[in-house]
Write a protein that binds this ligand. Structure first.
Ligand SMILES: Cc1cc2nc3c(=O)[nH]c(=O)nc-3n(C[C@H](O)[C@H](O)[C@H](O)COP(=O)(O)O)c2cc1C
Length: 211
């Protein structure tokens, strides 16, 4: 069975985003090591997932046989994203920080794939994720510096959401201080590229090798 990698780009600037460039560099190196793998790129700026509305959420909750045509279309949009995620072994997230959080396009995507009964289920002990065994790489670009500090609520939000789905094997690569000045920016990008090279050289064993 081939390995599937899903790259989700959340920068407003698509391929011109700093986070996208770092994710692209990682994926290109990963591809060279997993030649038979299938890579899917989802660009949320070019192809945004709609904002969650009450109508959409009701469509998710409605029994499949009782959905109206409009509800069927809403549920199908979420089902397709969830099927894509279920088929994926390695998830690469290119995540800029916008106003202290993930871009709203990524939040809208999360709102469509976090579905009780599909990607997690409620138990008496609390929610249990259903998407186990996946590996996530996050390429986080930021104007300021937050990693490891209490105000890095963005990393916590990503860990919490992915954890809800049962995804706990997460590597973060940060490029921070990109808005502080050119020297700070170049140093951060250079450190991030070194981190990518380290991940590519040390993580092959952890990723199922495609035939
Ligand atoms: C709308 C907007 C909001 C931003 N908010 C923050 C922020 O809250 N904290 C921060 O450190 N940088 C912030 N930045 C700077 C970005 O995180 C930084 O430019 C990053 O490199 C963007 O990544 P991208 O090039 O992949 O889009 C913001 C940038 C934009 C465009």
């Amino acid at each position: 069975m081939n390995t599937n990698l899903l790259q989700i780009n959340a920068s407003l600037f698509s391929d011109a985003g700093q986070s996208t460039a770092l994710a692209n560099e990682f994926v290109s190196g990963w591809r060279a090591r997993h030649r038979a793998a299938a890579v899917t790129v989802r660009d949320l700026a070019r192809d945004p997932v709609p904002h969650l509305t009450a109508e959409r959420f009701q469509a998710f909750l409605a029994k499949p046989g009782e959905r109206t045509p409009e509800q069927r279309a809403h549920a199908a949009c979420s089902d397709a994203l969830i099927d894509e995620l279920k088929r994926t072994d390695v998830i690469v997230l290119a995540v800029p920080m916008y106003n202290f959080d993930v871009p709203s396009t990524l939040k809208a995507y999360f709102d469509h794939v976090g579905r009780a009964g599909s990607t997690f289920r409620y138990t008496e002990q609390g929610p249990v994720g259903l998407l186990n065994g996946k590996k996530v790489y996050v390429f986080a670009s930021r104007g300021g510096i937050y990693a490891g500090k209490p105000n890095d609520t963005q990393s916590a939000c990503l860990r919490n959401f992915l954890g809800l789905l049962g995804i706990t094997d997460i590597e973060f690569v940060y490029a921070e201080g990109l808005a502080i000045g050119d020297a700070s920016k170049q140093a951060a990008l250079s450190e991030a590229r070194k981190a990518i090279a380290r991940l590519l050289s040390t993580h092959d064993a952890g990723i199922p090798l495609a035939a």
